[in-house]
Design a protein around this ligand. Structure first.
Ligand SMILES: [Mg+2]
Length: 224
């Protein structure tokens, strides 16, 4: 039997990007002698989209005597040092693979920072494959993003699978359009969009993993 596929979003699904960025912004502004009021500004900048160009804007605003490339490199290093994936989630990825799942990561963002985070958080060695949008200019919610992520796991979208993520448009809408079943990691939010919602809603990613493990066990029982 074909091993079933599950793709996970990275930021605010497998790792707490919001918390990591908050810690980083505090470190960054203190390290560059910037006041507390600038912390919120810097945090907003990187929260929206963190790419090398973001640091060109930050460098210009604060007249920092460092190149944007160096700031970007330091950001990748600092974030890697701060980012963590909860032990029960790392264990869960391993449990899924032991139960026969193909496990992948499908994330938007810059390749160097996202791959550094995947390695630092211990996720990379626990999944079959990962795709970062910048690697082929294919961002969620585009179908091509999910196709490339599936391919990294040796799977094709035509065989179906699951997408787990926190973003209603990118992860859930995109995943559904790509023919995947979806689990929304809500963080206790209420589904914000009109039209079809996710197949399942959980408050934390570990609950999504448990649901998939149960689903696989049920499936096995019904097919023997
Ligand atoms: Mg996310």
């Amino acid at each position: 039997m074909q091993r079933p596929l599950v793709l996970f979003d990275l930021d605010n699904t497998l790792v707490d990007r919001r918390g990591t960025l908050g810690d980083w912004a505090a470190q960054f502004t203190a390290g560059h002698g910037l006041g507390d009021e600038e912390r919120a500004y810097v945090l907003d900048m990187v929260t929206e989209r963190a790419y090398p160009s973001t640091f060109e804007a930050i460098r210009t605003r604060y007249r920092l005597p460092i190149s944007a490339a160096e700031l970007w490199h330091a950001y990748c290093t600092d974030i890697s040092a701060l980012v963590t994936c909860p032990a029960e989630v790392l264990d869960g990825l391993g449990e899924l693979r032991e139960a026969g799942w193909r496990v992948g990561v499908a994330t938007n963002g810059a390749a160097d920072i996202q791959r550094a985070k995947l390695r630092a958080a211990g996720i990379f060695e626990r999944v079959d494959g990962a795709f970062v949008s910048e690697e082929a200019e294919a961002r969620k919610p585009q179908r091509r993003h999910f196709a490339l992520a599936a391919a990294r796991c040796g799977a094709v979208l035509g065989d179906g699978g699951w997408m787990v993520g926190d973003n209603p448009v990118n992860d859930i809408g995109g995943g559904r359009s790509a023919g995947l079943r979806t689990i929304w990691v809500s963080g206790d939010r209420v589904w914000p969009l009109d039209g079809p919602g996710p197949d399942h809603t959980v408050s934390h990613v570990r609950a999504a993993i448990d649901l998939l493990l149960l689903h696989a066990a049920d499936h096995e029982r019904s097919t023997v």
